[in-house]
Design a protein around this ligand. Structure first.
Ligand code: SF4
Length: 248
């Protein structure tokens, strides 16, 4: 029996559902331990604030690829202090990074899509797999409007790529304007790079500021085509519940 067969049927998620309602629906479905992935971008900060009454029920984790901006560590500390939470950091396997950099140098990801995916696998995907071990669900700050590759995401999905656990995306229906208005209204800690033209923040050598009018993810792996703006952490999952109709 796979995970989908074990899950109870629930009503589809209404686009008007709050982030907290979506999280609670996912938590009820998961019925086990829940992780929350944090990369310390604005969506993640809003997500943590929206779920602040439930943080004792989740394990917050982050992946330190070894190539992050200093500003990301700064906001991570601010969030940890503000909400009184421990950030469970995961790092790449040092032997893999040593081998990669000895064989291909520090910037192999610029040479080809295959090399970039190799680096993302070693520094992000493999640590993610360890971070998710033993959890029934993970929670993310992903939004549909962030990128074409996310346009079809559902608020609650089965993450078939990571072994069939649930993936809960409470901010699925939020717009960028909503996210920023919420962050400013609640004076949330914001990564300084957002104010310097970085709407989306990843590893330092693979992220640049965008020009006014450019797509928000245009600064991620800017040398690649728009169809490749993911690192492998968020490959397409299977929806459990739909985005239309009545329900929560
Ligand atoms: S974003 Fe760039 S530096 Fe970071 S893991 Fe991917 S390829 Fe490597």
């Amino acid at each position: 029996m796979n995970t989908a067969e074990k899950l109870p049927l629930i009503p589809p998620i209404d686009p008007g559902a709050s982030a907290e309602e979506i999280f609670l629906a996912g938590r009820a479905l998961a019925g086990g331990k829940i992780a929350l992935a944090c990369s310390f971008g604005i969506e993640n900060v809003v997500l943590i604030d929206q779920l602040r009454h439930h943080l004792q029920d989740v394990t917050v984790f982050a992946i330190d690829t070894g190539r992050l901006h200093e500003e990301t560590y700064t906001v991570a500390d601010s969030i940890s202090q503000r909400y009184g939470i421990t950030i469970n950091w995961y790092f790449p396997r040092h032997t893999d990074v040593e081998q990669l950099t000895r064989e291909k140098g520090q910037f192999s990801f610029r040479e080809s899509l295959a090399n970039r995916k190799e680096c993302c696998y070693i520094r992000k995907v493999e640590p993610l797999q360890r971070a998710l071990a033993g959890f029934s669900a993970w929670t993310t700050g992903m939004r549909r409007a962030q990128n074409d590759t996310r346009a079809g995401q559902e608020p609650i999905e089965i993450d078939t790529v990571n072994g069939g656990l649930l993936k809960i995306n409470p901010l699925t229906f939020w717009s960028e304007q909503q996210v920023w208005a919420y962050a400013e209204r609640h004076a949330l800690p914001v990564n300084r790079l957002h104010r310097q033209g970085y709407p989306s923040i990843g590893c330092a050598p693979c992220t640049r500021a965008v020009e006014p009018g450019e797509h928000p993810r245009a600064g991620r792996w800017w040398w690649e085509g728009p169809g490749h703006k993911e690192c492998g952490l968020h490959q397409r999952s299977e929806p459990v519940v739909g985005g239309n109709g009545a329900g929560i």
